[in-house]
Design a protein around this ligand. Structure first.
Ligand code: PEP
Length: 230
């Protein structure tokens, strides 16, 4: 199965780092889809030769409105050939981004030809099905395109080096897919949280259709091993 491999560089790196990423990615031969999400200012460094490598943003505005200091709208992302956008990352939710705002961003991205990668979290290790279902329902409340990508990212697994079991990942993926399907959507579900070259084989046993990766994105040797399927 062709996987979706998403590198979220967060607020890291510099010109030299992204020039290197661009150089390396253009040598990559991967059968998987690779999505690189650098900070906005480094997007112009990327020009891809491979058809299965794409740019993604780490966020998007929810409206074209020009009076929105600091935000980036879809027209700007389209100019830099950005095809995907991470929406509702737990780090943004922790900064006050609400389910309602996330739903608007998903609708706005879809209307403007940008594919949302919607992060769905769990704050504790306890599997709270109702909490998951509510996040999925809210995320889809304004969505028009029936194909949607979710990333299951337990907050406690992000950047911690700790991961849920394959069984737990599979259970959550089932909840997300079933909820989406009952609402008429076809969900692709990724997993994110401390994925690295050492645990990649283990998490690949799950039903996840790809991975969203933070910390490992800064270790290019490891990241490219993952991109090559190790
Ligand atoms: C993330 O922030 O989306 C993430 C998955 O980070 P990490 O890989 O560092 O856990």
């Amino acid at each position: 199965m062709q996987k979706l491999l998403v590198a979220n560089f967060k607020m890291n790196g510099n010109k030299n780092f992204y020039k290197k990423v661009n150089k390396e990615i253009n040598k990559l031969k991967s059968k998987d889809t690779v999505i690189l999400c650098p900070p906005f200012v480094y997007m112009p460094f990327f020009k891809f030769k491979n058809k299965n490598v794409f740019l993604g943003s780490q966020d998007i505005a929810e409206i074209d409105n020009k009076k929105s200091t600091g935000q980036i709208n879809a027209a700007m992302l389209n100019e830099f050939a950005v095809n995907y956008s991470i929406i509702g990352h737990s780090e943004r939710r922790a900064n006050g981004e609400s389910d309602e705002l996330i739903a608007k961003k998903i609708q706005y991205a879809q209307k403007n030809g940008i594919i949302p990668i919607v992060c769905i979290g769990l704050k504790t290790k306890t599997l709270k099905v109702d909490f998951l279902v509510e996040q999925v329902k809210s995320a889809l409340s304004l969505a028009e395109n029936k194909d949607i990508i979710f990333a299951y990212e337990p907050n406690w697994a992000i950047g911690s080096g700790v991961q849920p079991t394959v069984k737990n990942i599979d259970k959550v993926i089932d909840v997300i897919k079933t909820t989406a399907s009952e609402l008429g959507f076809n969900a692709t579900v990724l997993y994110g949280g401390s994925v690295n070259a050492s645990n990649f084989e283990e998490v690949s046993k799950s039903k996840a259709e790809g991975f969203l990766m933070g910390t490992v994105s800064l270790k290019l040797d490891e990241l490219f091993k993952i991109f090559k399927g190790i």
